[in-house]
Write a protein that binds this ligand. Structure first.
Ligand SMILES: [Cu+2]
Length: 187
């Protein structure tokens, strides 16, 4: 469809149209790559849409990204997982509940300074507005894995499932690491 726009233009605005066409093609390719990876059915749709629509298609999704979990050391009965939660839908979503097969209990926590002490607190129904993302990271929000059924070995994979207020359940596989970026903040 972009090629056709260029061929029809024989006026002084031809160059601009070509530039627009190239931009549209880049946006299209980005949208195409991103959506093809997660959403098979959007593949065919993106061909028919304008560049504005392609941009929107990129965001029409709820995604759990870049998940990591702290590998345990002997004697640790709990651990924390981190990730980015992107609400690409057009509705505000709340985190309702969390589960992981490695833990007896899984909760969303936040870390707060309280009288000079770092304290963790359970958070229920955290809201993520449409188009927003929440970063779970050391020193802030995290997935608390309590009552671990076995140690979490370095480089192992730990699934975490989050249920959202729209009923959607998303599972991400967190990569177990000894050191997590920003980890010093939690100490
Ligand atoms: Cu915690």
């Amino acid at each position: 469809m972009f090629g056709r726009t260029i061929f029809y233009t024989r006026t002084g605005s031809a160059i601009r149209t070509v530039v627009n066409g190239v931009m549209a093609l880049i946006v299209f390719l980005m949208a195409h790559t991103a959506t093809a990876a997660q959403n098979e059915h959007s593949h065919s749709h993106s061909h028919a849409h304008s560049k504005e629509h392609s941009k929107q298609r990129l965001k029409q999704d709820l995604q759990l990204l870049n998940a990591t979990v702290r590998a345990t050391k002997p004697g640790m009965s709990s651990s924390a997982a981190y990730m980015t939660i992107q609400n690409g839908t057009d509705k505000a979503l709340q985190i309702r509940s969390l589960t992981s097969p490695v833990a007896k209990k899984t909760e969303l926590h936040t870390t707060e300074m309280n009288n000079g002490m770092m304290k963790m607190r359970r958070v229920d129904n955290l809201t993520i507005n449409p188009g927003d993302e929440v970063e779970l990271k050391p020193g802030g929000y995290h997935v608390m894995l309590m009552g671990l059924k076995k140690p979490i070995a370095t480089n192992s994979k730990v699934p975490v499932t989050i249920t959202f207020s729209n009923g959607e359940k998303k599972t991400v596989v967190a990569h177990a690491m000894d050191e997590i970026k920003g980890q010093h903040m939690a100490h």
